[in-house]
Design a protein around this ligand. Structure first.
Ligand SMILES: NC(=O)c1ccc[n+]([C@@H]2O[C@H](COP(=O)([O-])OP(=O)(O)OC[C@H]3O[C@@H](n4cnc5c(N)ncnc54)[C@H](OP(=O)(O)O)[C@@H]3O)[C@@H](O)[C@H]2O)c1
Length: 251
């Protein structure tokens, strides 16, 4: 594959967990990868592991200036983007018992990355997405439908439900230009920064509720993303694809 025909793929949060699994899957397809995160050390280590051509850029996706700067660099180097995967995200425990000022700042932090970050990245990159054939794929969550598996997801579930709405609205606007916009909603995925510290008993309880009888792997999510990014998925847009082993279906 020569430089001009390589898929140019931008992955926020591509330096850990699900985003890194997605980056590995695209690397096997010889895509030109651009990985974005905040932690320089893990960005550099990820890029080295993925192959010499992987580009890494440091940005906080919740900050407009950071987003504008990285998109300028991407466009300068590659002129276009074929696939944007908005995988950067995290959670903080927020319940009705959280003191109000603390609850507000945790809410702002979670919404800034999970929702505003995906919004800023999408708006900044949209003018440079391939037409036709461009793809935006957002990383939603089962929590956007369930409110989370236990108390504490006030900010997180809201951010991911908002991300579903953003997915629909972007699909409404961009699909006529040959760009599809979808989301993947993972259930429980092990081997991530997100779930790595969950107590073993909680993990066993969750797995016992999953009909296929196992936890998700980052590769399960990556395969779904590869499909949505492929030409075979050109008639799918505005969809939130559950990838959760049946933990939730029929929504
Ligand atoms: N794991 C699960 O079971 C699960 C289930 C449903 C949904 N998800 C979603 O999947 C996505 C990936 O999560 P994960 O489980 O793979 O967790 P993870 O291993 O902690 O990865 C999160 C990634 O997001 C990046 N990130 C966080 N805040 C950022 C910011 N403000 N700007 C730029 N990058 C930022 C992190 O990089 P830096 O630290 O370098 O910033 C890291 O690469 C998240 O959106 C999460 O909500 C996960």
């Amino acid at each position: 594959m020569n430089e001009k025909t390589k898929q140019v793929v931008v992955i926020t949060g591509g330096n850990s967990g699900i985003g890194r699994g997605i980056a590995q899957a695209f690397a096997h397809q010889h895509a030109q990868l651009i990985v974005i995160g905040r932690n320089q050390a893990s960005l550099a280590a990820t890029a080295q592991a993925l192959g010499r051509e992987t580009v890494w850029l440091q940005a906080d996706v919740g900050k407009r200036d950071d987003v504008a700067a990285v998109v300028e660099k991407i466009v300068e180097q590659f002129q276009r983007v074929d696939v944007l995967v908005n995988a950067a995200g995290f959670t903080q425990t927020v319940t009705t018992a959280t003191p109000l000022a603390e609850a507000e700042s945790l809410w702002d932090a979670v919404l800034d990355t999970n929702l505003k970050g995906s919004f800023l990245m999408s708006v900044a990159i949209a003018p440079f997405l391939s037409r036709p054939g461009g793809r935006i794929i957002n990383m939603s969550s089962i929590g956007s439908f369930t409110g989370g598996s236990r108390a504490g997801a006030l900010a997180y579930a809201s951010s991911k439900a908002g991300l579903n709405g953003l997915t629909y609205a972007l699909a409404r606007e961009l699909s006529s230009q040959g760009i599809t916009v979808n989301a993947v909603a993972p259930g429980f995925v092990q081997g991530t920064g997100f779930t790595g510290a969950w107590p073993e008993q909680l993990v066993q309880d969750i797995v016992s509720q999953i009909p296929v009888g196992r936890a998700g792997e980052t590769s399960d999510i990556a395969e779904a993303v590869l499909f949505l990014a492929s030409a075979q998925a050109s008639f799918i847009t505005g969809e939130i694809l559950n990838v959760n082993g049946g933990w939730l279906f029929g929504r």
